[in-house]
Design a protein around this ligand. Structure first.
Ligand SMILES: [Zn+2]
Length: 278
């Protein structure tokens, strides 16, 4: 086996522990369990737990193709009529999401902070940003983050026809597979503007639609402390937090996460990534 194939396999195994399949009830999905996706407030950062995913038998759970034909078509999902807004499950779990990147000026800083606290997050990326920053998606894979599809050019989908929406979504899934090592299982419409075609196409491509519960409003650049306040006041079990690692000057976002992330952990929240089941 060639080295690059091994590397891809490793990335795939580290890519967040998400298993393909249908998710939970409308509007919510189960949070992933297990120590590899959660961290208690009291526990010191004890090394990258995602490495546990390298257990040898994990290979058998997820058959992979080597070179040769592309991976099998994704399993079709039930077509939702509204996006997932929060996660279900026991405990004080929250999901952190970062949209519009990757961006070479901000994404590495955010990844550094997540690594410092041994936390996994979701990144909804745009294809046009991925093409020049593939190494950032490789890093996300290596560090156990989940990458979702946020279209290629970040258009208002409700202004596009079905073929245009398909192109936006499909091309982005292709470049994610190339850079991250597997096709995305999650999709988020730009501006949270969903329509029936987006739900149908996403389901056809094996992606669940995920929105958010709390918008940090960092895209308005309201000041670091305002962003921190939004997150800390919005924190609650099941909350999905929306931040942005690109699309403007995100230095406030970068500074804010250094404050609110330890606050959430000290408050007993488990910051996790959602799980999908076979
Ligand atoms: Zn966006």
């Amino acid at each position: 086996m060639q080295k690059d194939q091994l590397f891809t396999r490793r990335r795939m195994l580290l890519a967040g522990g998400a298993a393909l399949g249908a998710a939970g009830t409308a509007g919510a999905v189960l949070a992933a369990g297990g120590a590899d996706t959660a961290r208690t407030a009291a526990a010191p950062a004890a090394g990258p737990r995602a490495r546990r995913a390298l257990a040898p038998n994990a290979f058998r759970l997820q058959p992979l193709t080597g070179d040769g034909p592309p991976r099998a078509a994704p399993r079709k999902l039930k077509v939702r009529q509204e996006p997932i807004l929060r996660i279900s499950g026991r405990g004080r779990r929250m999901v952190l999401t970062f949209d519009d990147g990757p961006h070479p000026d901000y994404t590495p800083d955010i990844l550094d902070t997540l690594a410092e606290y041994d936390v996994r997050a979701m990144f909804f990326v745009c294809g046009e940003c991925v093409v020049d920053n593939k190494e950032l998606l490789a890093r996300m894979a290596d560090e156990g983050h989940v990458v979702g599809n946020h279209t290629w050019t970040h258009p208002l989908l409700t202004s596009l026809d079905r073929d245009e929406i398909r192109d936006e979504m499909e091309s982005t899934s292709d470049v994610i597979e190339d850079a991250y090592g597997e096709r995305p299982q999650w999709f988020r419409a730009p501006y949270g503007a969903w329509n029936r075609a987006a739900f149908q196409l996403g389901a056809d491509m094996g992606m669940e639609p995920m929105a958010w519960t709390v918008d940090t409003t960092d895209w308005m650049e309201p000041g670091t402390s305002a962003i921190v306040d939004r997150v800390e006041e919005g924190a609650a079990p099941g909350v999905v937090v929306l931040s942005h690692d690109a699309g403007g000057d995100r230095s406030q976002t970068v500074r804010a996460i250094r404050e609110w992330l330890p606050y959430l952990l000290d408050s007993g929240y488990h910051l996790t990534v959602p799980r999908r089941r076979v």
